[in-house]
Design a protein around this ligand. Structure first.
Ligand code: B4P
Length: 194
């Protein structure tokens, strides 16, 4: 199986690139942000809970997020592999994912981390906020909080995968196609060496 964690700060382009990668490598795309937004739209209990955190730019609690993600993996028993987009975002999430995948005799192949400077992230998110309808993209204070949360709680997840020799940084500025080619090069190199 090819299991990729697509990593990076808010607005780094994880969602944008994940859609292209799943097509090329025939993988299942699991975006925790998208699943939460679908629940918000459907006005489920999970959606109501998630919204109260997401609208402020905070993380949804680990146990809720982990259970939801595991249920989504279980819905796809025949998958060739997964792109985990926006998950794991904390060390407990990374530990839970490792344990869960190993119970299925598989593992994370690689973490690809999109590297984008803060000014560019803020510019992209505000631009998306003009028509995304996402409360967390509209306000510079909420965007600043998302970046702070990333630096304080999420950035360390890179160390978790670096310790397993699975971490690779990919420069995330340029055209969508240029960045996609950089990601594909890293994945193809990994496939050849496996
Ligand atoms: P996410 O939905 O994961 O959103 P994101 O960090 O904003 O997005 P991403 O990096 O995917 O950006 P995109 O490609 O869209 O999370 C939202 C919230 O959900 C979190 O704050 C949290 O509350 C909650 N959540 C999600 N997962 C969680 C977890 N595991 N645990 C707890 N809470 C969780 O790109 C952004 C913009 O840039 C787009 O408009 C795009 O068009 C543009 N763009 C992309 N590539 C570009 C390029 N190369 N050049 C110029 N613009 C580009």
């Amino acid at each position: 199986m090819l299991n990729i964690v697509l990593f990076g700060p808010p607005g780094a382009g994880k969602g944008t690139q994940a859609v292209k990668l799943v097509n090329k490598y025939n993988l299942v795309h699991l975006s925790t942000g998208d699943i939460f937004r679908a629940n918000i739209k459907g006005e489920t209990a999970l959606g109501k809970l998630a919204k109260s955190y997401m609208d402020k730019g905070n993380l949804v609690p680990d146990q809720v997020t982990i259970s939801m993600l595991e249920a989504e993996v279980d819905k796809n028993p025949k998958a060739n592999g997964f792109i985990f987009d926006g998950f794991p975002r904390t060390t407990p999430q990374a530990e839970a994912l490792d344990k869960f995948l190993s119970s299925k005799n598989t593992t994370i192949t690689k973490m690809l981390a999109l590297d984008v400077e803060n000014d560019e992230l803020i510019k992209r998110l505000l631009e998306r906020g003009k028509d995304s309808g996402r409360a967390d993209d509209l306000d510079t204070a909420i965007i600043a909080n998302r970046i702070k949360v990333y630096n304080e709680q999420t950035a360390v997840v890179a160390d978790f995968y670096a310790a397993q020799n699975k971490f690779e940084k990919i420069y995330g500025v340029g055209s969508v196609e240029e960045i996609f080619n950089r990601l594909c090069k890293a994945i193809d190199k990994q496939i050849v060496s496996n």
